[in-house]
Design a binder for this molecule. Structure first.
Ligand SMILES: C[S@@+](CC[C@H](N)C(=O)[O-])C[C@H]1O[C@@H](n2cnc3c(N)ncnc32)[C@H](O)[C@@H]1O
Length: 367
């Protein structure tokens, strides 16, 4: 737990990462709470409040929750601080927005597509006088995004940069912000993959995933694609090895929806679930396939990948296997060796290693 000085709240990131690695708020949150009008909580909608810190400061506000971990973070932080936030204040992407909202606060995400998607989602449902408070760290907001915002807003006010954070307040016009929300590509296995805004490698196949698929061993039994994105690994597995029972899971609503959509369109029968890592996978798989994230928002982190290896070692069958694609510079061989009896590098190129970790160690020293 770490105290947010401006508010006195005790907060923690979820998934949990040490506070020297990442803290749950940033200077953009400070800027927002200094600038937002007071007493407006009840008519405010919070979006991309990554660890629920703004929700704890504005306990009557509504929050749009797109990621499983965001909801967990918000519930944990509000409970630690004995703040009562009801379920009706937490909205999913496919729920209508309450019509009394006057102010929408968006912490600027890593992907501009996602920012455009949230603005358009609100624009379609809320009155044109709604104010949008957009805040983020300036190093993560390219000037091209600011230009886009200026061009697409009805009114645009840019605050001075403060403690390296940016704040803009805009209203939106009547024109849609974009035409098509589905983008994608076709794989070498002839699977059409489309994805919603914000999904990893939405327009073209990631070169790491491609390398993994070139070295995919023969799979059998129950297979989980952990951090499935558009479903590339899960659907390729099902297409190449139809006898497998395939599960796909991801933290992000956009990823889960895209994967479900692709499975349906391709008539490949797989199970798709939203969760933190393997938290909602009830089976003991034979295989876990994983192209782990090494960013959380704009921050580079290996903690989520390590958590995924840990969960895999716990959940896999006794002779289960975890297949991982990783950039060469990441310290995953050691992390896997702590958790599995054997770890082999089954393929390498100038950028990536493919690791095959076999047979979880059930008892071991922790890190
Ligand atoms: C590098 S992408 C891989 C996507 C896809 N498997 C591929 O190869 O194209 C990592 C994925 O992990 C998801 N992710 C991040 N944190 C997660 C978590 N805590 N639990 C489950 N999935 C997570 C991200 O949303 C993202 O879709």
């Amino acid at each position: 737990m770490i105290i947010w000085p401006k508010t006195g709240l005790s907060l923690q990131c979820y998934p949990i990462v040490p506070s020297h690695v990442s803290q749950p708020w940033d200077a953009a949150d400070d800027y927002l709470i200094e600038s937002l009008p007071t007493g407006n909580d009840i008519t405010t909608l919070l979006i991309n409040d990554r660890h629920g810190v703004l929700a704890c400061h504005y306990p009557k506000a509504h929050s749009l929750i797109s990621q499983f971990c965001v909801k967990q973070a918000l519930l944990r932080n509000s409970s630690t601080n004995k703040i009562d936030i009801s379920d009706t204040q937490l909205l999913t992407e496919n729920q209508p927005l309450p019509n009394h909202i006057t102010d929408v606060v968006i912490k600027i995400p890593k992907s501009v597509d996602l920012l455009q998607h949230w603005l358009e989602l609100c624009r379609q449902q809320l009155p044109s006088e709604t104010r949008y408070w957009l805040a983020g760290m300036s190093k993560h907001i390219p000037t091209s995004w600011l230009k886009w915002l200026q061009q697409h807003s009805h009114s645009y006010q840019q605050y001075p940069i403060a403690r390296k954070a940016r704040l803009m307040v805009i209203t939106l016009g009547l024109q849609p912000l974009y035409k098509n929300q589905w983008f994608g590509y076709k794989t070498a296995d002839e699977i059409q993959l489309l994805a919603l805004p914000g999904v990893f490698s939405r327009n073209s196949m990631d070169i790491g995933s491609q390398f993994l698929l070139q070295h995919l061993p023969a799979l059998s039994g129950q297979v989980v694609d952990l951090g499935c994105g558009n479903g590339l690994l899960a659907l390729t597995c099902k297409k190449r090895y139809p006898a497998c029972e395939v599960y796909a899971t991801d933290d992000a609503w956009q990823a889960v929806e895209s994967c479900r959509y692709n499975a349906k369109q391709s008539q490949l029968d797989i199970n798709v679930l939203q969760g933190n890592g393997l938290s909602n996978i009830a089976i003991q798989p034979d295989w876990v396939l994983c192209n782990p994230p090494f960013h959380d928002g704009a921050k580079q982190l290996t903690d989520i990948a390590i958590m995924m290896f840990e969960q895999s070692a716990k959940k896999l069958k006794d002779d289960g296997r975890l297949l991982v694609i990783a950039n060469r510079h990441l310290p995953y061989f050691k992390a896997l060796s702590k958790r599995f009896q054997t770890v082999k590098t089954i393929a390498s190129n100038s950028k990536f290693h493919v690791y095959l970790a076999n047979t979880p160690k059930r008892q071991r020293l922790t890190d």
